[in-house]
Design a protein around this ligand. Structure first.
Ligand code: SF4
Length: 525
């Protein structure tokens, strides 16, 4: 008999589900079951809140709870138990004497008819992703009532006996709400830190003490930059934190030096005996190896047993322990030249919507003159599957008269390649983190307007890679906008049943990736 069930990410065992003692991500069965208990608790909180008005604390508990269950975020049973207790305490506040509420257990969901399970999973995993984005906006002081309200509606609908058509509408609404959420986060990031600017980022680690910051949370990075200035410690981004270099207010810190390493799945190799501590602000944390066990720090909802977790007090974090660890480890003795996976010594970032749209005239002229014939958005999560070199090969084989927009950590497969320029524009433009899919959508909409056509009629193809639940909500956003002909890989989600896949293929021509050669031939004709 299986003792856990989880199929929310791309690396799920056998392409069907992690069902024995531990998942492919290293999550043990007891942790997976506690995450299910937390999800049940959140659903039941949403059910009792239904007729009342949730407070900011209720909203925060919902965001934290959903975020906690994202792949590679939290492996710490104690932290999850604490989150369940908090959720249960909050629930009590909404229960009146005459309340009648049948409690829901999320294990029911795993037993449902495969199409219903598929649709409800799309909603559940989608709102987990949205919660992460809403959380990053919340710490910067931004909230959206529509987004907050949707969490309750969506959680509640998971416990309801709904038809496939009703659930399909919820799936599309999940995508729509994520667009609003990404817009809110874009506003939060740009109003707080300025509009990203094209920036070249070094991959060389300078001698002396340093700290590596990974994850997505810019506010954590800002606090650490502030607390380390004038301390002789350099700060390096890792994985999804790379786009931080492009924000004017963050790049103003001269000790924000460069980027360390590549995407998340290489961390066990890249952090091996690193002479510096690592701060995880969000996913993806992998099981921590002995060679760097003493130098991992977590914050926010990230937690791993026995690692030091830095909590917040009065909206501030004290990074003293992390700073002391950096000074104790001392960093490299000499400047250490590192490279990307293709041997490049620098990468660029900062081509978010304002930058790209500021040269829109140039882009439009280049398209009209035939200098640019096609745009590709090649982005999404990276992962460990061998077949993911598809994305490196795909980008390498794109014709010279095409532009590659990219975002999220999948870009590390090719972001150190020098593919040259077209009319002064680099052929590879990094738009930012996964949530900066919002930027890509704005650029696509602006181009469609300029060319007086629909987004689907543009010479633009989306070639996406997915791994965890933020990719799920972004995919739903694109579908909710009616964007067709998306290529998705490296494999299709296990939680999408054959019938639901058929609907997505018929309605949106969602296409699994094949080989770069075949796909490019199909796209370019
Ligand atoms: Fe398996 Fe992914 Fe779930 Fe981990 S998160 S248990 S790898 S499906």
């Amino acid at each position: 008999m299986s003792n856990m069930f989880c199929f929310q990410c791309e690396q799920t065992i056998g392409g069907t589900g992690c069902q024995s003692g531990a998942g492919a991500c290293g999550k043990k069965a007891d942790t997976a079951n506690l995450q299910d208990d937390l999800t049940s608790s959140l659903i039941n909180l949403a059910k009792v809140v239904k007729a009342s008005t949730p407070t900011n604390i209720t909203n925060q508990i919902i965001l934290e709870g959903l975020f906690t269950t994202i792949t590679n975020v939290n492996f710490d049973n104690q932290a999850i138990e604490k989150q369940i207790a908090k959720t249960e305490q909050e629930k009590v506040k909404f229960i009146s004497d005459d309340s009648t509420c049948t409690l829901y257990d999320v294990s029911t969901l795993w037993q449902e008819h495969e199409d219903i399970r598929s649709l409800k999973s799309l909603v559940l995993f989608g709102i987990r992703g949205i919660a992460a984005y809403a959380y990053h906006a919340m710490v910067l002081g931004y909230q959206d009532e529509k987004v907050n309200n949707f969490f309750y509606k969506a959680l509640h609908s998971i416990s309801e006996d709904l038809t496939a058509d009703e659930l399909l509408a919820d799936v599309m609404e999940t995508g729509e709400v994520n667009l609003s959420c990404m817009a809110m986060l874009d506003k939060a990031n740009t109003e707080t830190y300025g509009n990203p600017e094209p920036t070249t980022v070094s991959l060389t680690i300078e001698k002396g003490p340093f700290i590596v910051v990974t994850g997505h949370d810019l506010y954590d990075l800002e606090q650490l930059l502030e607390q380390t200035k004038d301390k002789g410690i350099n700060i390096y981004t890792h994985s999804e934190m790379l786009p931080a270099h492009a924000y004017p207010k963050l790049k103003a810190y001269s000790h924000l030096k460069g980027n360390f390493g590549t995407a998340w799945q290489n961390q066990q190799k890249e952090f091996d005996n690193i002479p510096a501590p690592i701060l995880f602000t969000t996913n993806c944390i992998m099981p921590v190896k002995g060679s760097y066990f003493d130098r991992v720090f977590t914050t926010e909802v990230v937690a791993y047993p026995e690692m030091i977790h830095i909590d917040e007090q009065d909206h501030k974090k004290d990074f003293t322990l992390l700073i002391n660890k950096a000074l104790e480890l001392g960093g490299y003795q000499e400047d250490t030249v590192m490279t990307g996976i293709n041997g490049g010594k620098t990468v660029t970032t900062g081509f978010a919507k304002n930058t790209v749209l500021s040269v829109a005239d140039k882009v439009i002229d280049a398209v009209k003159a035939g200098a640019i014939k096609h745009f590709f958005l090649v982005g999404g999560c990276d992962g460990a599957k061998a077949g993911r070199n598809y994305y490196t090969d795909f980008v390498s084989q794109t014709p010279k008269d095409s532009i590659i927009l990219t975002l999220a950590c999948g870009k590390y497969r090719f972001n150190d390649l020098d593919l040259g320029t077209i009319g002064g524009l680099p052929r590879i433009m990094d738009m930012g983190q996964c949530n900066d899919a919002y930027s890509a959508i704005q650029v696509a909409v602006a181009l469609a307007k300029a060319f007086e056509c629909r987004v689907n009629d543009l010479p633009l193809t989306l070639v996406l890679s997915w791994y965890e639940q933020k990719a799920v909500c972004i995919l739903l956003t694109l579908l909710s906008l009616g964007i067709k002909n998306i290529y998705l890989g490296p494999s299709l989600p296990a939680f999408v049943s054959p019938n639901i896949l058929k609907v997505l293929v018929e309605k949106f021509n969602l296409t699994p990736i094949s080989t770069p050669e075949q796909d490019l031939k199909k796209i370019l004709g």
